[in-house]
Design a protein around this ligand. Structure first.
Ligand SMILES: [Zn+2]
Ligand SMILES: [Zn+2]
Length: 886
């Protein structure tokens, strides 16, 4: 008797098999110098919390690749890790503190980082559990956290090396400042949103004469920081004003009127206020004209002493005050509605303040040049191709990368300032003396590095760099970098730059960019929107099982294409797992009943249907392997699905049942067992749990055939046997299936009861003898008796009324007399005809009624006419059917 339960219960088997794999150490590769390894370094989930479906997608894709390569016998490393996610973590833990009425300052740096660390540890455990739940076959013995000692040392080493080369510098530059997070952000960490705001026209009195110039600005409160107003030198309206000066309202400070070609004469009045400390464009104008910078804000976006009477006010409160005062002084000319794009903090959504500030930067252009070359000469291949251009565009226009963050959580910048000579010591290990003057009075930079700085080193820092370790030598560079296209620049581009810089070799050969998971409204699921829309994978896992979730995520998936995962995909995935389960149960039961000897399980395809299923199976293996090589996971999965569901379950197993029932020799059992076993291995990377469960049960029955591996996950991935292709048998079976299908259609059309046998004749030429061998199958599956198969040459016009089906390689004649009880059918048709006639008469009367025609809207009349035409057509067809009967 079969020992697998009647119904498939995913929850029961998932944990069991994951533990088994883990205990056996299958996830940990052995270094084999004779073999080329397959390596994926996992994109780092943030320690900030629960995983969402986007994570489930990347886990599934990477696990498919990993399991496939492992089954191909390659030493396979999938290296997991988590990211300390500097600013995101800060935001979350600060919020938690705020709920208790505390701040990070009130508990201090040490206490605060300890608090984050314990919180992060707990989250890392959760993340690990969730990845394991999804079946991720990654090597947990090599798991890394960005703040671990080794990756941290790599970060300091990379920093010091770039600093010594002059590629890291400290300077006063315009940065994106988040007043809430109190830190600088890189351009990539800023979300731009369209805001409907106002354009304020403010009058600045001219010093040398009476009158005003009017400037238009979206941010009136910033005028305290103006150090000039600028006009275009070609602008006739203002030519005579160049060189004169204006007086800033409220604080009565004189600033020059300058000419600069960058001024757009069509914006506002054509006079631009120049606020170099708070606007990136103005900053550049100021550099050209040697204008001073006047910073008017504190780091929390309250106004500083440069704002005169508004000192201490929050920036928007200051705006309200300034506007009222200008209005009073009649210096506010007008206000227009104006929509423009405004930067917001990617983590906390506070409005960004562009601010000149002293920060650390990586000079990226020299690094980008090498990274552009690597993609140009295909040392790194990006899939899908359309992202190559995006990559080049961004890399060519790359700006220096601001890497310092005014946070407490992260890698502290390895730079010490000398209290005596004022110079900088950059060092991997904590220095005891200043390298310039040997003073012992050193203070470390309080800031930490951008999280993406450590992420950029991930492909080599996880393998031991800067040490020359066995892992680094063997597993670098990795094979595939699989990630979402949304972090191409944050991460992928920077990994290429830093990999080339530190290792002299590209960090990976292929970049595979998957699409983003969209929720029902088409919104991207993201970390910052977690609470709002991220579907937790726990729900579909509970309802459908991990395998079904994984299968649904890959369904219809192609590189770079965004994905929706709805209930229907999940349902059909679960149904597929059920189908496989039931097919296996049937095969196991048959094996138990028949108890075939080992030699009886040898594949000797004598019969056409056996040759056919074996040929189709090997074609499938060949196709799937090709598709996996091309990263076409969705299509590979679809082909396995179609084969298993239709060819194997719906056709071959049904045919095999006939043979088993009638105890025909040879038995189909070897082919049932083999097709199932190979299909399970093919499917394993996609649905690891159910395939392992079924394969283990099957393995027990096949043990006589010789030793088999302890687990499907270390069994070899199927290899196509070209000589198994059987074009002749495939042609015959295609025709057999077509014949059965078309007879079934005719039965449905004539509402023939399922139990009723009908008569049919098949006419064929080349396939005549082949079809003759399959006559029994056609009879049983189409419920046809007698079935006669003739040579097409001998075809005579049939005397009786019959349905004639012209198929690809055969013709099928189904006499009507056999299908229908003539008298009953005649009566049914006559009765139906009478009904239709009655309705036609009603409609005709209506359409001839002038009262109706004059009152009814034309659409109604049109609808009635259509109804009439339809009924008339139906009546005509009824008559045809009647005449065929008699
Ligand atoms: Zn922020
Ligand atoms: Zn010194």
């Amino acid at each position: 008797m079969s020992d697998i339960p009647k119904a498939y219960d995913p929850g029961k088997i998932e944990e069991k098999w994951y533990d088994f794999w883990l205990r056996q150490g299958y996830f940990t590769p052995r270094i084999d110098p004779d073999k080329k390894p397959f390596v994926i370094v996992m994109p780092l989930p943030n320690v900030t919390g629960d995983l969402h479906l986007g994570h489930a997608l990347f886990v599934t894709l990477q696990d498919i690749m990993t399991r496939w390569h492992r089954m191909m016998g390659e030493p396979t490393l999938w290296l997991p890790g988590t990211d300390h996610a500097g600013i995101s973590t800060h935001v979350v833990v600060e919020r938690q503190l705020a709920e208790q009425g505390r701040t990070k300052e009130s508990i201090g740096r040490e206490e605060f980082t300890k608090l984050i660390l314990s919180w992060a540890d707990k989250n890392r455990d959760d993340i690990r559990r969730q990845l394991q739940l999804l079946g991720a076959s990654c090597d947990w013995t090599r798991e890394r956290f960005t703040l671990d000692e080794e990756p941290s040392r790599a970060v300091r080493t990379a920093f010091v090396s770039l600093y010594n080369k002059g590629l890291i510098y400290r300077g006063e530059r315009m940065v994106n400042w988040c007043p809430r997070c109190q830190t600088a952000l890189s351009d990539l960490e800023v979300d731009h949103k369209d805001i409907i705001g106002h354009l304020y026209y403010i009058r600045y009195p001219i010093v040398e004469s009476k009158g005003f110039v009017t400037v238009a600005t979206t941010r009136p409160e910033t005028f305290f920081g103006d150090t000039a107003v600028a006009v275009n030198p070609e602008d006739e309206r203002y030519k005579n004003l160049i060189g004169k000066s204006v007086s800033l309202p409220i604080i009565d400070k004189a600033i020059p009127i300058i000419a600069d070609e960058a001024v757009d004469t069509s914006f506002g009045t054509g006079v631009l206020k120049i606020t170099p400390a708070h606007d990136p464009t103005d900053f550049e104008v100021a550099q050209r004209h040697n204008l001073p910078l006047v910073d008017i804000m504190n780091t929390d976006a309250t106004m500083n002493e440069n704002a005169g009477p508004y000192h201490g006010l929050e920036r928007f409160a200051c705006r309200d005050g300034v506007l009222a005062e200008l209005e009073d002084k009649k210096l506010l000319e007008k206000i227009e509605p104006y929509s423009h794009s405004v930067g917001h903090c990617g983590r906390c959504q506070t409005m960004i303040e562009p601010k000149v500030s002293l920060q650390w930067f990586v000079q990226t252009q020299p690094l980008a040049r090498a990274a552009i070359e690597a993609v140009k000469n295909a040392r790194v291949i990006i899939i899908p191709k359309r992202f190559v251009k995006v990559y080049f565009d961004w890399m060519k226009n790359i700006r220096d990368w601001c890497i310092s963050r005014q946070l407490w959580w992260g890698h502290r910048i390895p730079v010490w300032y000398c209290q005596d000579c004022g110079r900088v010591t950059a060092s991997v290990d904590e220095p005891t003396t200043c390298i310039h003057c040997s003073s012992k009075k050193l203070i470390q930079d309080p800031d930490v590095l951008d999280t993406w700085f450590s992420s950029a080193l991930w492909t080599h820092s996880t393998l031991g760099w800067p040490e020359d370790t066995a892992d680094l030598r063997y597993f670098y560079p990795s094979s595939v970098m699989e990630t979402g296209y949304d972090i191409l620049f944050f991460w992928v581009a920077r990994m290429i730059m830093m990999g080339l810089e530190n290792m002299g070799k590209v960090p990976f050969h292929t970049v595979y960019l998957h699409g983003l998971i969209r929720d029902k409204s088409g919104e991207k699921m993201s970390r910052s929107k977690l609470q709002v829309n991220a579907m937790n994978p726990a729900e579909p896992i509970n309802n459908y099982g991990v395998d079904a979730l994984r299968f649904a995520l890959i369904m219809g998936n192609s590189p770079g294409k965004d994905i929706n995962v709805g209930e229907s995909k999940l349902e059909s995935s679960r149904n597929f797992a059920n189908k496989l389960w039931n097919a296996t149960r049937f095969i196991l039961q048959s094996l138990d009943t028949e108890k075939p000897e080992a030699e009886a399980l040898e594949l000797q395809p004598q019969r056409i249907e056996d040759q056919w299923i074996n040929g189709q199976l090997n074609r499938l293996v060949k196709n799937v392997t090709e598709l996996l090589k091309e990263f076409q996971f969705g299509e590979a999965e679809q082909q396995i699905y179609d084969f298993v569901w239709s060819k194997f379950c719906d056709w071959y197993i049904e045919i095999a049942k006939i043979r088993i029932r009638s105890r025909l020799i040879p038995s189909p059992l070897p082919f049932l067992a083999n097709t199932l076993e190979v299909s399970l291995r093919l499917l394993h990377p996609f649905m690891p749990f159910v395939t392992e469960e079924l394969w283990q049960s099957l393995k027990q029955r096949l043990s006589d055939k010789g030793p088999m591996p302890a687990s499907i996950m270390i069994a070899p991935y199927p290899i196509a046997v070209d000589k198994a292709f059987a074009p002749e048998a495939e042609r015959v079976m295609d025709s057999v299936i077509e014949i059965i299908r078309s007879i079934r259609n005719v039965r449905a059309q004539y509402k023939v009861k399922p139990t009723r046998w009908i008569e049919a004749q098949v006419y064929a030429d080349e396939l005549l003898s082949g079809l003759n061998t399959q006559a029994n199958i056609i009879e049983t599956l189409a419920k046809v008796q007698p079935l006669t198969i003739f040579d097409r040459q001998e075809r005579e016009p049939s005397k009786d009324k019959a349905v004639v089906l012209v198929l690809k390689e055969a013709e099928v004649v189904v006499p009507l007399a056999g299908m229908v009880d003539r008298l009953a059918e005649e009566q049914r048709l006559v009765k139906e005809g009478e009904e239709i006639k009655g309705r036609i008469a009603q409609l005709e009367a209506r359409l001839h009624d002038n009262a109706f025609l004059s009152k009814a809207p034309s659409q109604v009349v049109e609808r009635e006419k259509q109804k009439l035409a339809m009924l008339e057509d139906k009546l005509k067809r009824l008559h045809q059917e009647l005449s065929q009967l008699s």
